[in-house]
Design a protein around this ligand. Structure first.
Ligand SMILES: [Zn+2]
Length: 250
């Protein structure tokens, strides 16, 4: 009944994945998106989608993982479009001190938005310290895009509304459980504009394996949203699932 719209499942070891899948099935999670961040990672996401009925794949080049080889990577990405994919993800802009050159990031973001448009695919994208530039890039493609979501949303209400007006859903992760400003944003937004995710990946820095975030934990985000919006967790599960299905190609 719950959908985790953004994870990095492909980055876990092959031994771990069946156990992670088992745990989410036992928790009522019915579909999980594995998003690619590089060419290799995108290939692995497609393999997972082919293997498990409750995994769908995103392919993309993550802004933080761009290399000098980005032109060739874009060509390779285009060669995967006939595969079992449901979205272009993870793409976006990431403006940290050590991030790749901003101009290159913007160019690769634009190219991937265009790939999504040309192939009737939604995008699920990342913005880090880059909300304004992300909005400006996306606005240039307004009226042509096929929706999607701003993943790991960390902005304010006005920023959320601007993205919604471009046709995107707002995706909340576990940060919703601890950040009061995000709770306020979620409270003001309509449930029709919200989807949920874990952004899970192997958290080797956490020594206790049980503390790693996994797709099963998307239920915690749903529970938090239910309490913020005074709805039942079942209803939050159903509505966020409908919101995801409104843009996804399956
Ligand atoms: Zn991610």
């Amino acid at each position: 009944m719950f959908i985790d719209i953004h994870t990095h499942l492909s980055q876990y070891t092959d031994d771990e994945i069946p156990l992670i899948v088992k745990r989410w099935r036992e928790s009522g999670v019915e579909l999980v998106v594995s998003s690619g961040t590089t060419i290799e990672d995108s290939i692995k996401s497609i393999e997972l989608a082919n293997k498990y009925p409750d995994i769908v794949a995103g392919i993309g080049l993550h802004p933080s993982d761009l290399t000098d080889n980005w032109k060739n990577d874009l060509l390779e990405l285009k060669n995967m479009l006939d595969e079992n994919i449901s979205m272009i993800s993870e793409i976006g802009l990431d403006y940290q001190d050590f991030s790749p050159n901003k101009k290159v990031q913007i160019r690769v973001f634009e190219e991937q938005i265009q790939i999504a448009i040309d192939n009737d695919l939604p995008i699920v994208f990342h913005t880090r310290f880059s909300m304004e530039d992300s909005y400006n890039v996306l606005e240039n493609f307004k009226d042509h895009m096929h929706g999607g979501a701003v993943h790991y949303f960390d902005g304010n209400y006005e920023e959320a509304k601007k993205m919604i007006n471009l046709g995107f859903k707002i995706s909340f992760a576990k940060t919703l459980l601890r950040n009061n400003y995000l709770k306020e944003v979620a409270k003001k937004l309509s449930i029709d504009d919200i989807v949920i995710e874990t952004d899970s990946y192997p958290q080797y820095f956490k020594k206790n394996r049980e503390r790693w975030t996994e797709p099963k934990d998307v239920v915690l985000v749903a529970k938090e949203l239910a309490s913020i919006k005074n709805l039942s967790v079942e209803l939050v599960g159903e509505r966020t699932k409908e919101n995801f299905k409104s843009f996804i190609k399956t």
